[in-house]
Every structure is written in C-alpha cells, then in structure tokens.
Ligand binder design. Structure first.
Ligand SMILES: N[C@@H](CCC(=O)N[C@@H](CS)C(=O)NCC(=O)O)C(=O)O
Length: 213
C-alpha cells in the first residue's frame, strides 16, 4: 500500500490527496504536524531532505514534489488521466498547474511567511498583503485561461478533471483562508464550486483529515 506523508492544511499534500482519491488508490496517511515543526526533525528529513510535505512511499521508493508524485500516479494508475495525452491539452493543463504550484504557492509557503516575519521583520499586515498579492497576480491569469479553456465552468481545461483542477481547489481554499475577495474570478469560483461537489475532493479537504484540529 502507498504511504502519504501529509499535513491537513498543506495544499501540496491536498493536491496529492485529491489525485489519490480520484484514482481510488488506497493509501495510508502519516500526519507530519508542520505546526509543531515535525518536518524539521531528523526522522522526517530522512524521508524528504527538503523538510517539506508531501512525500509518497511506494514499493520502497520515496517520492517528493506534489507534481512529480501526481505524474507518477498518472503513470501507474492512468484512470482518470490527470495529464491529458493530447500534446496541446497537456501543455495547457501543465501550464495552469505550474502557474499555481510553481509561482503562487511557493511565495506563500509557511517558511517564506516565517522568513518575512522573523528575518525581515514584517508585521502581520505586511505579510497578509504579500500573501494576497501573489494569489491575485496568479488568479488574474488563471481566470483568463479558465474563460478561454473551460467548456462548462466545471473544470479548468475542457470538460474533464485534470492536474490543473487538482492544483486549483487547494489554492482557492488558501485564498479563502486568508480572506481574499474572489469577486474578480467568477469562473475560478464556479469551477471550484463544482470541484467541491466531487467526493474525491471532499474527502481530500483539510477539515476531513484525521490530523485536523
Ligand atoms: N513544491 C513542493 C512544495 C511543498 C511544500 O512547500 N509543502 C509545504 C506545505 S504546503 C511545507 O511542507 N511547508 C513547510 C514549511 O514551509 O516549513 C510540492 O509541490 O510538493
């Protein structure tokens, strides 16, 4: 059985949880309490020397980086396919996923926010401003792509679930958590509302996790 190192509020782990659920892959979840600093301890650094969640253990291999893990899952369990086979569709889906996972999310990660507060001395208001800024920057482009590529405002690309949706739902969760107004992104909101009806997404949500407070 696969083993996922996860944290209930980690959006990168949330992506992998959605992908596992969509593919109906049974998985043992090991909670790594980021809030208590468990990811900096030697036992977890032996799993992922980056000290980040998620990590996935399967058949003796330790896989890290949520996008790489999901690409692996797509190879070993291709139904439903999260990265389309058509080269153009695949490039668009990967671009939207990367706009979230490589550009919005890393700037708003816990260690970055801690650095802003502790090393650079910014107060909570400044950190909030930073957080909102990078989501807005990313969501502006994603809204335009969603208008262009979503067929029925159910999924970001075409009318099938993809890696782009797997990245969107956790990022919208984060935006709401930080009280960002989503009024300028009606297509993203509609797509997220549809995603939130899918049992695979509901079961992966932070509040459904055993380690949620
Ligand atoms: N690019 C990585 C990001 C992983 C990541 O940043 N995980 C966060 C939680 S969402 C984490 O472990 N943060 C710990 C910290 O910032 O100290 C991925 O997609 O897996």
């Amino acid at each position: 059985m696969m083993k996922l190192y996860s944290y209930w509020r980690s959006s990168a782990a949330y992506r992998v949880r959605i992908a596992l659920n969509l593919k109906a892959i049974p998985c043992e979840v090991v909670a790594v309490p980021l809030a208590g600093g468990a990811h900096h301890r030697a036992d977890y650094l032996a799993v992922n020397p980056q000290g980040l969640v998620p990590a996935l253990e399967h058949q003796g291999e330790l896989l890290v980086q949520s996008l790489a893990i999901i690409e692996y899952l797509d190879s070993v369990a291709p139904v439903p396919r999260l990265l389309p086979q058509d080269p153009v569709a695949r490039a668009h889906v990967a671009a939207m996923a990367q706009a979230i996972a490589c550009e919005i999310h890393p700037l708003n990660n816990l260690r970055v926010l801690n650095y802003l507060r502790q090393e650079l001395g910014h107060n909570d208001a400044a950190v909030q401003h930073w957080y909102v800024h990078w989501i807005e920057e990313g969501f502006r482009a994603l809204e335009a792509w969603a208008v262009k590529y979503s067929s029925a405002r159910r999924f970001l690309y075409g009318d099938a679930v993809s890696l782009a949706d797997v990245c969107l739902a956790p990022q919208v969760y984060n935006a709401r958590r930080f009280k960002l107004s989503l009024d300028d992104y009606p297509t993203l909101v509609a797509i997220d509302a549809h995603l939130q009806t899918l049992p695979a997404v509901i079961a992966a949500s932070p509040e459904q996790q055993a380690d949620a407070r």
